[in-house]
Design a protein around this ligand. Structure first.
Ligand code: FAD
Ligand code: S2G
Ligand code: ZN
Length: 480
């Protein structure tokens, strides 16, 4: 069985009516025009078409939908916030699949402050979960630029990473329990709050990161953390990625696990943020590279400013950094982080932008960047590389903006070629071609290259066991 079984076909009119009857006309989208938002993703890179979009309001409705889909061999694309970066959440152009959007299932089910847990439905927007944690003076530490629209189902579907991974881990590390509807409609209720539960294979972790291909996550129990009493952040001008890693080691040495954010971007990143937003470089001049470092913890507000100041002073003395601006207000704190979080958005205004999501061991990031820049100079001399992101956990988005004035379509047509150059360097360094975004439909062709025959056999075996008819997110993650 391959990942998209040839048995799938467009649902008949009768099947469509049966599926609509599960959620009711009000929560079904039949009209192609109205489907636009569900079949288009934010990079406009993978145009899709669907036979139907369904917006179920309960786990029971998701179960009934999958029962019918499984019986009628109808492909189902699970979708939450539709902010995925690898096209995993949109249907193929065939028009044969249906999209199941979890957006209506957005309730916070239970907050247990003493357990440090929060139970939510899959359609809960990430920011709402962060806010619900804040209400009980706790922290839900998943922090990504799309947090205003991405949802917990998609965060778990992709095992999302983000800004705070280096201190708190990815989505997988933040989940305790799951509720999942299987391809045949059966419901697995794994919504436990246990911190320890070693009873056989970990089903939860198999579903997390499976990108909608093994089951539809309808609920989750997530970990909450004690709220840090203080935080301090600085924007630093620096000469190269190497000293950035020395600054990271210095900061971690002084604060234990207190470094909760450590992001790098090149001067080109600063240039396009200033060109396309109201944000301005707070440093007196420009530098080849910039780092945003955040430390959190302390016993009271104000505790950490002296700590971060002493770290930066020591970094100056060691000639690691060229300049630094410490955020002296909440507004400045937000401004520093906006510079980083809008880096993805502003690339769109620079013309064609080819995206990468590589990771290597943290200490090898400088080598990845150096080799990548070298190789790109060869392949596309006037392109504008933008290696940026989560250097603190070894994840670099080695994005590439087209040469100024170049033909965008011609440049974007080189997507596989140019991503191949950088991905091959990551592979050569025993790194990953997908640190946090997943495989989606964008990288399925690379799976046999990055997985051993044994791994491919085990992954396909899992897919066959969980979804024998191949109805769940056909053509995603595993090559068809
Ligand atoms: P969707 O896009 O709806 O779906 C993503 C995948 O999960 C698809 O394969 C889909 O089929 C599957 N899925 C969705 N819902 C379910 C469900 N209920 N059950 C099972 N499978 C499901 N990602 C990062 O990891 N780190 C970042 O720092 C980051 N920054 C971003 C910044 C911006 C500005 C943007 C636009 C995106 C960024 N992303 C980042 C990518 C994206 O936000 C994440 O992958 C996010 O986790 C996707 O969540 P979503 O709810 O939008 O999922
Ligand atoms: C980030 C967003 C997507 C991209 O901002 O950390 O994950 O590649 C990325 O621009
Ligand atoms: Zn990222």
């Amino acid at each position: 069985m391959d990942a998209t079984s040839p048995k799938l076909a467009a649902p008949s009119a009768e099947t469509i009516d049966r599926l609509v009857a599960v959620v009711g006309e009000k929560y079904a989208v039949r009209d192609a025009q109205e489907m636009e938002n569900y079949v288009t993703e934010w990079r406009d890179r993978w145009p899709g078409r669907a036979s139907l979009v369904l917006r179920p309001g309960s786990t029971q409705e998701v179960s009934e939908i999958l029962k019918i889909a499984n019986e009628t061999q109808t492909g189902v694309v699970p979708q939450s916030g539709n902010t995925g970066a690898v096209g995993g959440q949109v249907p193929s152009p065939s028009g044969n699949e249906i999209v199941v959007s979890l957006e209506r299932m957005n309730k916070i089910l239970r907050v247990e402050a003493l357990d440090n847990t929060i139970a939510v439905e899959a359609g809960c927007i990430l920011q709402s979960v962060q806010e619900a944690a804040e209400e009980v003076d706790r922290l839900f530490p998943l922090r990504i630029g799309s947090q205003g629209s991405c949802q917990i189902g998609g965060n778990l579907g992709t095992n999302a990473g983000g800004i705070a991974t280096l201190a708190y881990g990815n989505a997988r590390d933040l989940a305790l329990g799951l509720e999942v509807v299987m391809a045949d409609g059966r419901i697995w209720n794994g919504m436990n709050r246990l911190r320890k539960n070693n009873t056989g294979y970990d089903l939860r972790d198999i579903f997390i990161g499976s990108e909608g291909t093994l089951g539809i996550i309808t609920g989750a129990v997530l970990k909450l953390y004690p709220n840090p009493r203080d935080r301090a952040v600085a924007l630093v001008g620096i000469s190269a990625p190497e000293p950035a890693l020395e600054l990271l080691a210095l900061a971690q040495g002084k604060t234990g696990n207190g470094v909760v954010g450590f992001e790098i971007f090149p001067h080109y990143g600063m240039e396009i943020v200033e060109r396309h937003t109201e944000l301005r470089n707070p440093l007196g001049s420009y530098f080849p590279w910039y780092v945003i470092v955040e430390i959190a913890g302390g016993a009271a507000p104000g505790d950490l400013m002296p700590v971060l100041t002493s770290i930066l002073e020591e970094a100056f003395e060691a000639d690691l950094i060229s300049d630094a601006a410490l955020a002296s207000s909440e507004a400045q704190y937000q401004m520093f982080w906006s510079m980083r979080e809008r880096m993805s958005e502003v690339q769109k205004f620079e013309g064609g932008s080819i995206k990468l999501d590589t990771s290597v061991p943290v200490s090898q990031v400088p080598e990845l960047i150096e080799r990548g820049l070298e190789a790109l100079k060869e392949a596309v001399p006037d392109a504008r590389p933008l290696p940026y992101g989560h250097i603190g956990d070894g994840n670099i988005h080695f994005n590439i903006s087209q040469p100024e004035g170049a033909d965008t379509d011609a440049f974007m047509a080189r997507w596989d070629e140019l991503t191949g150059i950088i991905n091959n360097i990551a592979i050569d360094m025993s790194g990953s071609i997908s640190a946090e975004h997943g495989i989606g439909q964008s990288k399925t062709y690379m799976m046999p290259k990055v997985k051993s025959p044994l791994e491919m056999e085990l992954l396909l075996g899992l897919k066959d066991l969980f979804d024998p008819n191949g109805i769940l997110n056909p053509g995603k993650v595993l090559p068809s």
